[in-house]
Design a protein around this ligand. Structure first.
Ligand code: UN1
Length: 525
């Protein structure tokens, strides 16, 4: 998943030069208890366009633990009323939210491309994912199924219902600035929780847009609270806040571990979505053109900044040469540029830290690992690229599975091709990383497809499709260092944002002792 970002300095390390009129830059506020308010410190940070750092998207509150405390108090104050609002009623508001998101999709899309860099089509997809999630999850308002089951004794009834967890802290990444907040926010709300949400400091505008739409949809004050700022301050204050019963975090595996330990200290529920090192296996019977198309889309879509990105391509030796030739050709034809230009295929990466990290991995790939750099490998700095964070789509070939570029999450437009001799070997290589989010196979052989499906230890698996492109009604998440056992999306997400309550109703009018009276009576029967 998204790398946790280093905090930018207040005046922002992200921008090189200032726009002519700083006064024209729009100022945004936190949303606490139904009011738009400045941070208590009064300080702000800047949201910068990664395609052109002279463009300041907006100024947002540089919040502190004081703002988190206020937001948590608001969430506390609203909780009883919201949890006792019938779920179908909560759903009505969320359906209305879905309508607003559809109405303003175009504006949100432009905002997202401007603050995050992804191309307009993909930004539209991100908003669409939030819309899909909203409609799908709102439908749960008339389900939220529990279950009944026979009790072990006569005249006794047993059932299980979902209850809200309570106050939830949501910490979200910059790479899917509206979709991922929606994956957390909407299920939290339908289950009857109240929330404090902290968007990534690089992309607060998309979450602001989502929260603003929540306000317009009629979600009562205090139910959704927005606090912007950095992980080190706002994120840490949330993670350590005793009243937040649950922290849902998407970001780097390193930060996730810190979040998890803090939650463990105070017995809070913690759901984590973290890194990936996803492999596409290409078999010798595959449609190679289709596989190349899938690889290019999976590796370079969102500039490779997806936790599901196809960062490893494990290719059968029999089609290796053919695959690599076509892959390199296709990759070279990608147009890198500002995502707002409809002709652009690959936008910038998110910020300077990302540039340094990705370029660092490109150096490691060439020098330490000794893989072959087949194309790309450079930062683009001239002409239109001069003020942005652009990196050429990069392909390494002839890599060994244990190389660092084949093991570590780069989170940028870099993919690594590894040759394999058989399906068994390919699967072993594909499984041989610490992460377990997504994997794919291209083959025309149904037996091989099912074999790989059975053997890959990941949370998501694709046949004849890339490693990206999950849909909202199926569970999303991964094994090993990718997560901690939870799944977002689908109905499975309800198990994060609600807790089971088992209820026994004894209508016998006498004391019935479980595990004792029924055993005695069955023996004597
Ligand atoms: C992510 O990369 O953090 O499956 C989420 C996909 C998208 C979600 C990706 N629907 O690629």
């Amino acid at each position: 998943m998204a790398q946790a970002k280093k905090a930018l300095s207040k005046t922002s390390g992200k921008n090189n030069s200032r726009p002519a009129s700083r006064a024209a830059v729009k100022t945004y506020q936190n949303y606490i208890n139904g009011e738009w308010v400045a941070s208590q410190s009064g300080e702000m940070f800047e949201n910068i366009n990664p395609a052109d750092t002279r463009d300041i998207v907006g100024r947002f509150p540089l919040s502190t633990s004081d703002d988190v405390n206020a937001a948590v108090n608001a969430a506390q104050g609203a909780f009883d009323r919201w949890r006792n609002t019938p779920a179908p009623k909560r759903a009505e508001i969320l359906f209305h939210l879905g309508e607003i998101l559809i109405r303003d999709k175009e504006r949100y899309t432009a905002d997202m491309t401007r603050e995050m860099g992804k191309v307009l089509k993909e930004a539209g997809g991100d908003i669409q994912e939030a819309i899909d999630c909203t409609y799908y999850t709102a439908g749960e308002g008339r389900r939220l199924h529990g279950f009944t089951t026979p009790a072990e004794m006569r005249d006794k009834f047993a059932m299980c219902v979902r209850q809200p967890v309570g106050l939830c802290g949501l910490i979200t990444p910059w790479n899917f600035p509206m979709a991922i907040p929606s994956w957390k926010l909407i299920p939290a709300l339908i289950c009857g929780n109240t929330v404090v949400i902290k968007p990534a400091e690089d992309t607060p505008l998309s979450t602001y847009n989502l929260v603003k739409a929540c306000e317009e949809a009629g979600i009562p004050p205090g139910v959704v609270n927005l606090v912007t700022g950095y992980g080190e301050s706002v994120g840490a204050a949330m993670t350590n806040h005793n009243a937040l019963r649950l922290i849902s975090f998407t970001g780097s595996t390193a930060t996730g571990r810190v979040v998890a330990s803090a939650c463990a200290e105070r017995n809070a529920i913690c759901s984590l979505e973290m890194g990936g090192k996803n492999a596409i296996i290409v078999m010798d019977d595959a449609d190679v053109d289709l596989a190349v198309e899938g690889a290019v889309w999976g590796a370079f879509g969102t500039s490779g900044q997806r936790c599901t990105a196809s960062s490893r391509l494990i290719v059968h030796k029999k089609v290796y040469k053919q695959f690599v030739t076509k892959l390199v050709e296709n990759t070279k034809s990608l147009r890198v540029g500002n995502g707002a230009d409809p002709k652009t295929d690959v936008g910038p990466v998110i910020n300077n830290d990302a540039v340094e990290k990705i370029m660092g991995y490109i150096r490691i790939g060439r020098n330490d690992d000794g893989a072959k750099l087949a194309c790309g490998g450079k930062r683009l700095t001239r002409g239109d690229y001069a003020n942005g964070y652009f990196i050429e789509p990069t392909v390494f070939t002839d890599a060994a599975p244990d190389m660092r570029i084949a093991q570590e999450e780069i989170f940028g437009p870099v993919t690594t091709v590894i040759p394999a001799n058989s399906l068994e070997e390919a699967v072993e290589i594909a499984n041989g990383v610490r992460y377990g989010l997504s994997a794919a196979i291209y083959t025309r052989d149904v037996n091989r497809a099912f074999r790989a499906m059975n053997e890959m230890y990941t949370g998501i698996f694709y046949v004849n499709a890339s490693t990206i492109g999950a849909e909202v009604h199926l569970p999303f998440g991964g094994t090993k260092a990718t997560g901690n056992g939870h799944r977002e999306a689908g109905t499975q997400v309800l198990d994060i944002f609600s807790e089971w309550k088992s209820i026994y109703v004894d209508f016998s009018g006498k004391l019935q002792r479980a595990q004792i009276d029924n055993v005695e009576s069955s023996h004597s029967a």
